[in-house]
Design a protein around this ligand. Structure first.
Ligand SMILES: Cc1cc2nc3c(=O)[nH]c(=O)nc-3n(C[C@H](O)[C@H](O)[C@H](O)COP(=O)(O)OP(=O)(O)OC[C@H]3O[C@@H](n4cnc5c(N)ncnc54)[C@H](O)[C@@H]3O)c2cc1C
Length: 416
């Protein structure tokens, strides 16, 4: 069964890593990015010293459900006039909204700046609205955010929050090459923007090692996980039927994407015989959100709690340029039937400051973040998990099963 995740273990990044059975390394299958160096894999024997994750169901403090706002064509970034108001759309970022936020904001603010407004309105205060607002301020505009909910109550903070810039961002067929180029621009701009948050107090943006555990050598699994792109029946159904339909652009930024290392069998604290390590960026929601809000307010930004019921209400705002960032809610507000919900659920366990890594095993990922040990299960469905499902009710049994998988991964763990 193909797998892909809102986690550092995205199968599409594995395509360039050809590992011979038993852990021998081949560099021949490495992928070269747009002018960048190939990603490489190598074997290392040194065992990392790790503190164990304390995964047990009694340590679950929260279960969060989120809907990825997925559009087969990719996010909506076009403009339209409502009377004398210019509306710039910025919604529909699937499982990549956190990762692409700055790049997408740069595109939207560029369009706004061309109209030379002093004042700008932003609809929505999720990660897309907030970064759009901050970018507009950095470009010299006075900004008011109109939103139903403040940042800490949005769907954005119910996500995983890792660098996953091409997770369910589009389908290959309708998105096309032109979107690939735009995606690359957004991904690169975002990557650079996130780097300025590294090393700040509270670690708003951070990197962690991620260990992929397996009972089998990786070669067979990788081939299984990498179906040829572009197959499927999107055109006939309007809804993806198969994970191979999702667009993958990872090779375009291979030069800024860390590769992975393979451990010699038995040389890690884990009982699993095959272990591979990669490094990935992730976002700590509380501190990162705090930094964004602080910058927005310090630069004179205003927030008005308001719910819009139809597009025409935006034309009543005093600002005549509006960046529209309602996320999945655009399906109703803008009657955008192209928006497809992709449900996802995460369990949050008591934070463990002594643990600074993630693992992926048996379709479950766990990542230790400042605000909790986050565990996300995929039921083996990968990209197709939650497609078309708009239920935002937590399913505790699903989370308990995922926690149990992580608990078992630490049986036989060698500590110290
Ligand atoms: C389980 C899961 C894991 C994920 N993991 C990752 C990840 O690891 N990395 C990554 O990059 N992405 C991830 N995503 C995707 C990411 O969370 C989304 O792409 C992103 O949150 C979308 O942000 P947004 O600002 O567009 O929408 P939202 O967060 O939904 O914000 C919408 C805003 O609009 C406001 N609004 C809505 N309707 C109205 C209205 N009628 N009037 C006024 N205001 C309104 C809301 O109040 C809110 O402020 C994940 C998603 C899920 C579900």
């Amino acid at each position: 069964m193909p797998m892909s995740f809102d986690s550092p273990f995205d199968r599409r990044r594995l395509l360039g890593h050809s590992l011979a059975a038993g852990g021998l390394v081949s560099l021949s299958g490495c992928v070269s990015g747009a002018g960048g160096p190939a990603m490489a894999s190598r074997i290392i024997g040194a065992a990392p010293s790790l503190a164990p994750m304390r995964a047990s169901v009694d340590r679950i403090t929260d279960i969060k459900v989120c809907l990825r706002p997925f559009r087969p064509q990719g996010p909506r970034l076009d403009t339209e006039m409502l009377g004398d108001t210019l509306v710039i759309h910025n919604y529909g970022h699937g499982g990549s909204g956190w990762s692409l936020s700055w790049g997408s904001a740069e595109v939207a603010v560029g369009k706004a700046a061309a109209a030379l407004p002093d004042r700008l309105a932003v609809v929505g205060c999720g990660i897309i609205g907030l970064t759009s607002a901050v970018m507009a301020q950095r470009a010299g505009m006075q900004v008011t955010i109109y939103t139903k909910e403040v940042f800490s109550r949005t769907r954005s903070v119910r996500a995983n929050g890792s660098w996953t810039p091409d997770s369910r961002i589009a389908l290959t067929a309708p998105a096309g090459e032109a979107f690939g180029a735009l995606w690359e621009r957004m991904a690169r701009f975002s990557w650079k923007s996130f780097r300025s948050y590294l090393g700040l107090p509270g670690n708003p943006v951070d990197f962690a090692d991620n260990y992929r555990l397996s009972d089998e050598p990786f070669t067979a699994r990788e081939e299984e996980e990498a179906p040829p792109p572009g197959k499927g029946s999107y055109a006939s159904t309007g809804m993806p039927q198969d994970s191979s339909e999702f667009a993958s652009y990872g090779e375009r930024i291979a030069d800024i994407t860390p590769g992975h290392e393979v451990f010699a069998s038995g040389s890690t604290p884990f009982a699993a015989p095959y272990v591979r390590r990669s490094s990935n960026m992730f976002f700590n929601f509380s501190t990162y959100g705090h930094y964004l809000m602080q910058e927005f307010l310090e630069n004179g930004g205003k927030i008005e709690i308001r719910e819009f019921h139809e597009p025409g209400e935006l034309a009543q705002l005093k600002e005549k340029v509006v960046i529209n960032c309602p996320g999945y809610a655009a399906r109703d507000l803008w009657r955008d039937s192209k928006l497809i919900p992709v449900r996802g659920q995460t369990a949050w366990l008591i934070p463990q400051a002594e643990v600074h890594y993630g693992i992926y095993t048996n379709n479950v990922s766990a990542l230790s973040k400042a605000d909790g040990l986050m565990i996300q299960g995929f039921n083996g469905l990968g990209d197709m998990e939650g497609v078309g499902d708009s239920s935002e009710l937590p399913d505790r049994a699903e989370s308990e099963a995922a926690v149990e998988v992580i608990r078992k991964a630490f049986m036989g763990f060698k500590f110290g």
